[in-house]
Design a protein around this ligand. Structure first.
Ligand SMILES: C[S@@+](CC[C@H](N)C(=O)[O-])C[C@H]1O[C@@H](n2cnc3c(N)ncnc32)[C@H](O)[C@@H]1O
Length: 291
């Protein structure tokens, strides 16, 4: 079990939900069919954050397929969804292929599938889907992978919603002299191959996705979805700073001492309750042009 990734996904879920573009959530809910069962595919689902955010905001009834390469993360989807459902007085019931979520205005059947999406070559994943979605994924995939994804969406006329894509911006307050260096190294590191179609698009992913969906004739909308972390988000900020320091060190090992020093000062700001960090993300919604 990748405990640290499972922990990170729990930590970031609240921040992701606060950051997501409400305008694009409404736009995609209006773009998908509102009669019959809505079929949704969630790529690289992790522990199911995107399902929990969207299911209450999309037309019901719904049928979701959640795909990830990690059986351990998929194994947590139901328990985390039960926690979320309990807080809302919704019911989660086991089913033959997964589980279902029931509430007064929500009926949602959920299936999980363990699959490596590196090649994205299984067209059957997309068959019959009205919406293809992913959260915190696009910056990990290659430019070619994004083009293949767009072609799969086009083939079945599915709408698309990709949220919380890192766009290369970040700012820290109070500022430290090495903030820009660490961001630049981090952004270079973002282009390393993450096992999703080759060298990752990283901070260029949004532009690549806008191009890919425009090229297939879709209406494309983008909106900012920045994380804005105040002094109270101590654990989240600590994890983020550690992640940035590690990536920067891997990218430029001979700057390790300066990076370690930077990390110590940044963490001191967090511990003193005076650290604010903003991280730039974008959401993208796209759907087939109807005219
Ligand atoms: C940053 S996490 C995002 C998880 C989730 N969408 C969320 O918003 O919480 C990226 C996810 O991609 C999955 N992943 C990475 N490479 C993959 C691959 N080659 N095939 C399928 N899933 C992959 C990881 O297991 C992880 O769950």
């Amino acid at each position: 079990m990748d405990e640290s990734l499972a922990h990170w996904l729990r930590l970031r879920e609240e921040a992701d939900w606060a950051a997501r573009s409400a305008a694009l959530t409404y736009a995609i809910a209006a773009a998908v069919p509102n009669t019959g069962t809505l079929h949704v595919l969630d790529l690289a689902t992790g522990t199911g954050s995107n399902l929990r955010f969207l299911c209450e905001r999309l037309p019901s009834p719904q049928r979701w397929l959640l795909v990830d390469r990690s059986p351990d993360l998929l194994g947590l989807v139901r328990a985390r969804t039960e926690e979320w459902a309990t807080a809302r007085d919704y019911e989660v019931r086991p089913s033959a292929t997964g589980f279902s979520i029931r509430a007064e205005r929500l009926s949602c059947v959920v299936e999980t599938r363990q699959m490596d999406l590196n090649a994205l070559d299984d067209a059957t994943l997309f068959e019959g889907r009205h919406l293809v979605t992913a959260s915190a994924l696009l910056d990990l995939v290659s430019d070619g992978w994004i083009k293949t994804l767009a072609a799969h969406c086009r083939a079945v006329e599915a709408a698309a919603l990709f949220t919380i894509t890192y766009d290369g911006r970040s700012s820290c307050d109070p500022a430290e002299p090495e903030d820009d260096l660490v961001r630049e190294l981090m952004n270079e590191h973002q282009h390393r191959d993450k096992g999703l179609g080759g060298p990752a698009a990283g901070p260029d992913a949004m532009a690549a996705a806008e191009r890919a969906f425009e090229d297939i004739g879709y209406v494309v909308r983008a909106d900012a979805s920045d994380w804005v972390m105040g002094p109270d988000a101590r654990e989240f900020q600590r994890e983020l700073i550690d992640g940035w320091a590690q990536a920067a060190r891997e990218q430029q090992p001979d700057a390790a001492a300066a990076i370690a020093d930077w990390r110590t000062r940044r963490l001191a700001h967090v511990d003193a309750g005076r650290s604010r960090i903003t991280v730039g993300h974008h959401d993208l919604a796209a759907w087939p042009r109807r005219d």
